[in-house]
Design a protein around this ligand. Sequence first.
Ligand code: AMP
Ligand code: MN
Ligand code: MN
Length: 326
Amino acid sequence: MSAAAGVEAAGVEKAAVLLSEARDVTLLAHVQPDADALGSTLALGIALRRRGATVRVSFGAPDHMPESLRPLDVLGLVVPAGEVPMAPELLVACDAAEPARLGVLADRLGGASRSVMIDHHRSNPGFGDVQVLDPTADATVVLVHEVLVAMGVEIDTDIARCLYAGLVTDTRSFRFAGPASHRLAAELVETGMDTEALVRPIMDEHPHAWFAALAGALQRCTLEPELGFVHTTVPLADVTRFRIEEVDSVIDVIRGATEAEVAAVLKEIGERRWSVSLRSKNAVDVAAVAGALGGGGHRAAAGFTWTGTSDDLLAAIRAELAKNAV
Ligand code: AMP
Ligand code: MN
Ligand code: MN
């Protein structure tokens, strides 16, 4: 076993002990939570609630649960950020690469009596009293599963659905999944969960009205062949009108451009404010690009926020791509 894996195994044991002893647990996902962040917090939350603990799950923004992920919260554990105590007894941060990714709830880390961090981002500097940090894990739910096993929790279909949701999305339907993730998926499916019914609303379904907006984004999609770079924008009117599920699906269309190694979607979230999604096929590390521009992420999927014009934003990405060219 490598030294890194040993550190992680110790973290898993310590996290399992803290969680097993806790009477009151606050589980936090990163802002704009995805299926990995909410699947992780809700899987732990369901297990702890069933053992009798007081449990709340929350995230700093937005002020509502992403619609397609609501079915994961079978026990109604999600509470608004404003209802998270200032000094939680035990705080658990899931899938957050740094405290700032907890948004307005980042200050609860300092106030917590004890804290556990569970994450798989390489850029994570390490935070919290107990750390379960493994950049080789395909998703945070993989690490949460290890903690649940160490706690002796029986994985029922409700917990399996939460874990599977994080696994299938973070691995892009298992294309970025190693053998361990495929094995875990088999174990989860064996609980009797319906994978298609779970995944379709999360990954495939959009309201018909979205297609016109998607057509606009595809019409604006620009290829810069010399950089192997493809990009488009989603204007504020569309970001406001449609769900995050629609807006965040654009990157998965344009990343397929044969000529491009890197894809970017510039989502307008306010006056001169942009939330940017970056994807790469393999050769370019977009986490390095996003990191240089104030964000972070993984080698093949990263993001950052930006203030300024879209022209300046694109120029900044081009400059970083030139530096990271292979
Ligand atoms: P997204 O394009 O929003 O799906 O983000 C892709 C990945 O990039 C996420 O899984 C996060 O790990 C990371 N990421 C996105 N936005 C940020 C940000 N503002 N700061 C740090 N990491 C980010
Ligand atoms: Mn995430
Ligand atoms: Mn993740």
